[in-house]
Design a protein around this ligand. Structure first.
Ligand SMILES: *Cc1c(COP(=O)(O)O)cnc(C)c1O
Length: 396
């Protein structure tokens, strides 16, 4: 920090007293204990002090945004061991910009054409088993989604048949829990490259492990990989990064802000750029084994505190809901809860005091994630859940 201002000194907007110290309270928004996950709708992640310091520092000065973007890209590439990189306002925006880059390459004339809606139609091939909530990003990039296979399986022949001279990219949504029904990323890359088509990996939630920052691109050979800055990286919630091949990153930079082209609505502020660099610097030096030991410790405390509940069974899962390397505690009941019961428990915990967010696994089990829970909150999660489950027994 360059100013020496105390970090907790918030600007006053004409409200005095203790309420002015807490923006969420001033706005009437309860804060949550988050044992659910790094979900966008729960606020993504909270930033470490060094990330906040970096953003505050960045906010004090004017800079040339093209120069900043270039230097930040270089530093992000270095930290993620990639040839090139850029910062985006989230992974979803990163996917759109990546798909735009695949349509045009770094040809300025083509970039202008796309901005004016004059470019030829483009198609993006995706697995029906993976695409779900991410389909609109393809449409926003001006391309037609071509879905292949079904939820159970896709054959190489389906893939081959979908590729034609309008195909601009293949979009692959990474994650162990999204593999069923799709070809492997390895095979996808081999088939796509065999036809001269680039592969974009949506890896928004695929951290940890940190090595995924370079694995999809440098080791597996994908052309671009996209990550959220506001999930496990602990950067600004509205940030993301794209890493990979330099010509495609150059193309993203042609489309994107501060250029007045089609990517201009995806503006990244100087604070987010600098904050994301600080978050990455912190992230690549984190002790992964130490983090895992803490998570295991949190899970054992929950197991101990919940073990006296009647009819409740628990098991540890080594990975999170998208296959990322964060363990979870899965809880279910025998005899099983009804379909509605799990939903009701989740809703009631969110309306509790304090509100606690928990996740679920399938339709009949709850799932607790340790990462976002502070030491003080570990006992709160178990207590609220314990009370709720006893109450539920009583109600039924
Ligand atoms: C979270 C997520 C996104 C969106 O990321 P943002 O950074 O919130 O834009 C996209 N794809 C997947 C698979 C995600 O998990």
């Amino acid at each position: 920090m360059t100013t020496g201002a105390p970090r907790d000194a918030l600007p006053s907007v004409g409200v005095d007293g203790p309420a002015a110290e807490h923006w969420y309270a001033r706005l009437g928004v309860p804060t949550l204990v988050n044992a659910a996950g790094r979900w966008t709708r729960l606020g993504g992640s909270v930033m470490a002090p060094e990330v906040l310091d970096a953003m505050l520092d960045a906010s004090h000065h004017y800079v040339d945004m093209f120069t900043l973007r270039e230097r930040v890209g270089r530093r992000v590439a270095e930290l993620t061991r990639n040839e090139a990189a850029c910062v985006t306002p989230g992974a979803a925006a990163g996917v759109v910009l990546s798909l735009l880059a695949c349509r045009t390459g770094a040809d300025p004339a083509c970039v202008v054409q796309v901005g004016e809606g004059r470019a030829c139609p483009a198609e993006v091939v995706v697995y029906r088993a993976q695409v779900g909530p991410y389909r609109p990003g393809i449409v926003l990039a001006g391309a037609i989604p071509v879905e292949i296979g079904n939820r159970q399986e896709t054959h190489a022949a389906d893939f081959e048949a979908a590729i034609n001279d309008r195909t601009s990219a293949v979009l692959y949504v990474a994650g162990a829990t999204r593999r069923d029904g799709a070809l492997s990323l390895d095979e996808t890359i081999a088939l796509a490259h065999g036809r001269g088509v680039p592969v974009v990996v949506d890896a928004a939630d695929q951290l940890p492990p940190v090595s995924n920052l370079w694995r999809f691109t440098c080791e597996l050979g994908a052309d671009l990989a996209v990550f959220s800055g506001g999930k496990d990286l602990g950067g600004p919630q509205a940030s993301g990064l794209v890493v990979g091949a330099r010509p495609l990153v150059d193309a993203i930079n042609l489309h994107a802000s501060p250029n007045e082209r089609i990517g201009r609505p995806f503006k990244v502020g100087k604070e987010e750029m600098v904050g994301l660099v600080a978050a990455l610097e912190r992230y690549v030096s984190l002790d992964e084994a130490g983090r895992r030991a803490r998570w295991d410790y949190v899970l054992s405390r929950w197991e101990a505190q919940l073990s006296s509940l009647p009819d409740i069974l628990m098991r540890r899962e080594p990975t999170g809901s998208a296959g990322q390397l964060v363990p979870r505690l899965v809880l279910w009941r025998e005899p099983a809860w009804s379909d509605r019961a799990v939903e009701r428990i989740v809703e009631r915990l969110l309306r509790g005091d304090p509100p606690v967010a928990v996740g679920w696994s399938g339709r009949h089990a709850l799932a607790l994630t340790p990462e976002m829970v502070s030491d003080d909150e570990v006992g709160v999660v178990a207590h609220q859940l314990h009370e709720m489950l006893l109450q539920l027994e009583f109600d039924e």
